[in-house]
Design a protein around this ligand. Structure first.
Ligand code: MN
Length: 231
């Protein structure tokens, strides 16, 4: 194939236990999927799941045991952390039933849905898309993927985020309003899922601002945790 310029390289995420990498196709994110977070954002916590996307080159890939760095983004005075369980799709499909969802999951990772909250709030107020608040460069740090068989009881895993060693978010994946299987059912009714798709499944309560110099530790029990410093 002859291109008018060199195409961007395939974005990929390391997988624990193998040198082979997970090539990323799309990045879906679920909005307001923990009740206490929905409440802190001013909503009831009871509504159908909704989705937005980030570009694959928003990923900040953090290798196991290595520190990650993300630049403080432009245009914001209120950069928020959102710790999230990420589901990595290995087998595509559309109209996947919740009961079959596990067959499509390759593995899981820890992710951060970093958010320019001031810009997102302004877009919400104006009824405009969230892209500028959510889908900016380096807005999606992610750690190494743990294959599903090695991930343990992910549906009941503790999920937490600390900033400079202090707890900011602490909850449990069991508190998802729409669990992993239900999320895949809803998502695959709207899009045909592809191998390489990532799903950021939503954040629990406790979202707050970070500033340059802060270091975030994000963890989900049973998965590789990540450390990301804002620079
Ligand atoms: Mn989120």
């Amino acid at each position: 194939m002859n291109y008018v310029f060199n195409p961007a390289p395939t974005v990929s995420v390391p997988v624990l236990g193998t040198s082979a990498r997970f090539p990323v196709h799309r990045i879906y994110c679920v909005g307001r999927n923990y009740e206490e977070h929905a409440k802190e954002m001013g909503f009831s916590g009871r509504e159908p799941p909704f989705f937005f996307l980030k570009p694959t080159d928003a990923l900040v890939v953090v290798n196991a045991g290595e520190p990650g760095v993300m630049p403080y983004p432009s245009l914001t005075q209120n950069l928020h952390h959102e710790i999230e369980l990420v589901v990595a799709i290995g087998t595509g499909g559309k109209n996947i039933k919740a009961a079959d969802a596990h067959k499509h999951i390759y593995g899981y990772a820890v992710g951060l849905d970093m958010t320019r909250r001031d810009l997102q709030n302004e877009m919400k107020k104006q009824g405009r898309p969230w892209c500028i608040g959510k889908a900016f460069d380096a807005s999606a740090p992610i750690g190494a993927i743990t294959p599903a068989p090695a991930a343990g009881a992910i549906a009941n895993a503790e999920i937490y985020l600390q900033v400079n060693g202090q707890d900011r978010q602490r909850s449990n994946v069991s508190k998802l309003i729409w669990n992993i299987a239900e999320t895949i059912e809803h998502l695959s009714a709207a899009w045909e899922l592809q191998p390489g798709d990532l799903i950021y499944t939503g954040t629990p309560e406790g979202v707050a601002a970070v500033v340059a110099g802060d270091t975030m530790l994000g963890a989900v029990a049973g998965l590789q945790s990540i450390t990301v410093t804002v620079k």
